[in-house]
Design a protein around this ligand. Structure first.
Ligand code: HEM
Length: 145
């Protein structure tokens, strides 16, 4: 496990970057999707983009992030569980997971032409993973408490 640790960490960061790309880009697609006529060429194109981003990038990257994060915390001597940063990091990661789950619901709503939320709502939704990601990176790198 110890010899594999740097490889798990490198793959963890790659998975995190891929997941974040989707969490930050998908709400931008929703913003563009709001108000488009159901069945229009643009709406159909966005439905395809949203669904492919979720299926081919976000879901696999989220699973890889969790599995590799699990491998890192299971490596002996890596995490001191008496420190606060790891617990807050895990709480923020749960927040990212909740944002992901909510975006799954939004994709379904758009796919059924049943979205009721305004573009402003998706602009705010865009900020949630941004703020969580900033918090997580500061916590894992600076380990301030
Ligand atoms: C189940 C989810 C996760 C677990 C269990 C987990 C766990 C870990 C652990 C134990 C480390 C090594 C910390 C150390 O070097 O002392 C690590 C590194 C890292 N994690 Fe996570 N992580 C998870 C999700 C995430 C997410 C969602 C992000 C970013 C949005 C993230 C960003 C990072 C970064 C940037 C590093 C490298 C830190 C460094 O080497 O200084 N992790 N993770």
């Amino acid at each position: 496990m110890e010899t594999m640790y740097p490889w798990f960490k490198a793959l963890h960061i790659i998975a995190v970057i891929s997941w974040m790309a989707g969490l930050l880009y998908l709400p931008r697609l929703f913003i563009n999707h709001v108000g488009l006529a159901p069945g229009s060429e643009a709406s159909t194109m966005l439905k395809g983009m949203e669904s492919r981003l979720m299926r081919f990038i976000m879901r696999p990257a989220a699973v890889a992030t969790f599995l590799l994060g699990g491998a890192l915390v299971s490596t002996p001597g890596i995490v001191d569980w008496s420190m606060g940063w790891i617990w807050l990091k895990l709480a923020f990661v749960l927040g990212l997971g909740a944002s992901h789950g909510y975006m799954e619901k939004c994709i379904k709503a758009f796919a059924n032409d049943a979205n009721t939320k305004p573009a402003r709502f998706y602009r705010i939704l865009n900020e949630v993973p941004t703020l969580l990601m900033i918090g997580i990176v500061i916590l894992v790198v600076a380990k301030p408490f």
